[in-house]
Design a protein around this ligand. Structure first.
Ligand code: S3P
Length: 173
């Protein structure tokens, strides 16, 4: 069995993924890190040099590769992974995969992402908090269709990592 964590940028997928993996004594894999290792480039550089379409093709290929080659692993996806190339169907149709959507509010995402936006190619160009908030509002609305197909949903606002880990465990087992 693999557990896949889905959610918008800044929803805490990586932090939660490693927390959940130590709590459940399972392996942990971050799909963004896996892509960077395979491509020997940062995500930002891939977007810059080869563009988003190239990135999405590789992301889908590596998602399939990881789901085939790993067991008993918590896998954090990128924020866009479920929204392209039929990836959400791959995730939901696999009997050996359970998926959790980490749902974070627009306000919280805006606050968290504003200071970290330069590491994320899709939002690096946004200059003010209001611009970022407007972007996330629309983007999250479009992406929620995919995120909501996850097997379970756990909200993250006003909760610490330990609380969210516990809620994920209750949902999953
Ligand atoms: C993306 C999210 C990023 C990364 C890439 C694209 C997205 O991952 O995969 O920058 O489309 O939302 P995180 O959600 O881990 O930041």
């Amino acid at each position: 069995m693999n557990i896949v964590l889905i959610g918008y940028m800044g929803s805490g997928k990586s932090l939660l993924g490693s927390g959940l993996s130590s709590s459940l004594k399972l392996n942990y894999l971050d799909l963004d890190d896996y892509i960077e290792n395979q491509e020997k480039k940062s995500i930002s550089k891939i977007f810059k040099d080869q563009g988003e379409i190239y990135f999405r093709k590789k992301e889908s290929l590596y998602l399939k590769e990881v789901l085939e080659s790993h067991q008993n692993t918590i896998i954090s996806l990128g924020g866009g992974t479920p929204c392209f190339a039929g990836n959400i169907e791959i995730i939901t149709n696999k009997e050996t995969v359970k998926s959790v959507y980490l749902q974070t509010s627009l306000e919280e995402l805006t606050k968290r992402l504003f200071t970290e936006r330069d590491k994320r190619p899709l939002i690096a160009h946004l200059e003010t908090l209001d611009q970022l908030k407007d972007f996330i509002r629309k983007h999250l609305f479009e992406r929620s269709f995919y995120y909501n197909q996850a097997d379970y949903k756990v909200t993250t606002d006003q909760k610490n990592v330990a609380q969210i880990v516990e809620e994920c465990k209750v949902a999953l087992f």
